[in-house]
Design a protein around this ligand. Structure first.
Ligand SMILES: [Zn+2]
Length: 339
């Protein structure tokens, strides 16, 4: 895996775990197995990249960071360092998606390489990303390596679901926990990134995970969310039609759209309770009863479930748009249709 210099730059909320790792390296006590645990979008992979660069660097600077200039750094950034391997799920061309497991074959190749002597007689690092994608035989193979770890070898396990890992494996690891950072710190960091965007909103939409927010901004999803919210409001006010609105939702982004839809419904519930002050949503909330909003929310949750079992995403969006259109009908239209 290639490491972009940008992606191994320090993240402000990593100061504490990074210090722990630095102290351990200086004391010669960096564990043979590290577990980087925490939710998606907080930078566990970046932390592993920064650590890999540090361990592969031949002349780290006084602050304990990779120098970025030596042979080790050049090879790390090019993804060709012989002492660094990064195991991820491979792509299944036939099914056009990632394989479910990190295969036994990948782990076997990794262990074979570890049994050979280290190049340049230095540190070796293997990242297993995500570690919970190993099956039981994979875990056993890793445990075996950890029984008698070759000198200088560090296995770094990345996981959003550490409790899904075998307890025998978890207990062998030095654990570094990455929590969601303080939103104020995340916002400040997001505002320093390239591109103009509404950092607090994007961060909140991404569940307060700063790297997820950055990705949403870079992929255009943040802008798309605003457009979807406007469309739902326009639909309630009869400024567009349900099928046209559904056509604006790309089938690969239906999960994201469902979240936006649910958030709009939650805003209506807040408006009904007198909390959300946005005039547009307040006006729509006056046409709905709480029970109707609850019904829409239940339908959205059900759509999310059906999406997981291969339902047609376009049809799901269309049916929710139509339901939304009916339930949010302005009173003057109701009068007209009854007349
Ligand atoms: Zn270097």
């Amino acid at each position: 895996m290639n490491l972009d210099p940008e992606t191994i730059r320090p993240l402000p909320w990593h100061a504490q775990p990074w210090q722990r790792v630095q102290d351990a390296i200086r004391a010669g006590q960096l564990g043979h197995a590290l577990l980087l645990a925490g939710p998606a979008g907080v930078g566990k992979r970046r932390f592993a990249g920064r650590l890999a660069a540090r361990l592969m660097c031949e002349t780290p600077d006084a602050g304990g960071e990779a120098c970025g200039r030596c042979r080790g750094c050049a090879q790390t950034l090019a993804g060709s360092h012989p002492n660094l391997s990064w195991l991820q799920r491979e792509f299944n061309d036939r099914k056009d998606k990632l394989k479910r497991d990190i295969s036994m074959e990948q782990l076997r190749r990794m262990m074979e390489s570890l049994s050979l002597s280290s190049h340049y007689g230095r540190n070796r690092m293997v990242v297993i990303d995500p570690a919970d994608a190993m099956n039981a035989s994979g875990v056993n193979a890793v445990l075996k390596t950890l029984e008698e770890p070759p000198p200088g070898v560090h296995l770094v396990l990345i996981s959003e679901r550490p409790m899904a890992l075998a307890p025998t494996l978890r207990s062998r690891c030095q654990r570094l926990v990455f929590a969601l950072p303080d939103p104020a710190l995340s916002c400040q960091w997001l505002q320093e990134q390239p591109g103009q965007f509404d950092a607090p909103t994007t961060l909140a939409e991404a569940g307060n995970a700063p790297l997820a927010a950055l990705e949403d901004q870079q992929s255009g999803l943040a802008e798309q969310r605003l457009a979807w919210t406007e469309t739902l409001l326009a639909l309630a006010n009869r400024r567009c039609d349900p099928l046209g609105a559904a056509a604006q939702v790309d089938k690969d982004r239906v999960v994201a759209w469902l979240k936006v839809f649910q958030r709009c419904l939650q805003r209506i519930l807040l408006a009904l309770a007198g909390v959300d002050a946005d005039p547009g949503w307040r006006a729509v909330s006056l046409r709905l009863r709480g029970a109707q909003v609850e019904r829409l929310l239940a339908e959205a949750v059900d759509a999310q479930r059906r999406l997981g079992s291969n339902a047609n995403p376009q049809l799901l969006v269309e049916s929710l748009m139509i339901l939304w259109w009916h339930l949010s009908e302005p009173p003057q239209n109701r009068g007209a249709s009854r007349a």
